[in-house]
Design a protein around this ligand. Structure first.
Ligand SMILES: Cc1cc2nc3c(=O)[nH]c(=O)nc-3n(C[C@H](O)[C@H](O)[C@H](O)COP(=O)(O)O)c2cc1C
Length: 206
């Protein structure tokens, strides 16, 4: 394949990159401001657009809105995650749906004939669901940042308990809890930035 020097392409400016990546931090506390339902709908709309394998989109989201549900989630959080989760303006439990193949006709009509094959192979479905829901979690976090929210993703919680409390009927399986809200003043919600590995450590060129 022959290549030419790239024509100027549209890229995000440094401010936008900062909002998503370089200035953004994981947050442990937030401004005391409600996150409106319209923002949740937009967040979902953005999260589902980037790619997943065969367009499977196995991520499922539980918005924890009621005080009762918040108390239940709080009790299931690991000790170090409990207080900040109870204090967060909004909490989302991220789960995957291993029955993603049920939507194949809509999401991947070009593979609809394979539905029975997927139905018969649960380990494969679970594997694909875990991988692609984790990819979608990344999209979710960046989409939230793009909408001006701070995010506090957490894996330290009782996933089995969460599934029993909220997903006994639909069979979704939780894998992360994300605290969300608008940034606290003066970076009060942030820990000190830890190191990132460098280009030489994480990439090879052949
Ligand atoms: C999948 C995942 C699980 C995490 N679990 C926890 C957790 O249980 N508790 C916690 O305090 N932080 C948790 N974190 C936050 C990370 O420690 C944090 O994002 C990372 O150190 C980068 O911090 P920075 O954004 O401030 O640079 C988790 C992050 C991710 C993406």
């Amino acid at each position: 394949m022959s290549t030419t020097t790239a024509e100027p392409v549209r890229v995000l400016d440094e401010e936008a990159l900062g909002l998503l990546f370089t200035h953004a931090h994981t947050a442990n506390s937030f401004a005391p401001i409600e996150v409106p339902d319209s923002v949740l709908e937009r967040l979902h709309e953005l999260t589902v657009m980037p790619p997943t394998a065969m367009n499977t989109q196995p991520l499922r989201i539980l918005w924890v809105r009621s005080p009762e549900a918040k108390t239940t989630v709080g009790a299931l959080m690991g000790e170090g995650n409990r207080e900040k989760t109870l204090a967060a303006p909004l909490v989302a439990v991220l789960a995957f749906d291993a029955a993603w193949h049920e939507h194949l006709e809509t999401l991947a009509p070009f593979r609809a004939a394979a539905k029975d094959t997927f139905a018969a192979n649960e380990p494969m479905r679970v594997g694909m669901a875990k991988t692609n829901a984790a990819i979608q979690m990344g999209y979710f976090l960046l989409a939230a940042r793009g909408l001006g929210l701070d995010v506090g993703p957490q894996a330290g919680f009782d996933a089995k308990g969460m599934d029993e409390a909220f997903f006994a009927e639909n069979g979704w399986q939780s894998f992360a809890v994300v605290n969300l809200g608008y940034p606290a003043a003066d970076g009060a919600g942030y820990r000190e930035r830890q190191a990132r590995l460098g280009f030489e450590q994480q990439t090879l060129t052949v």
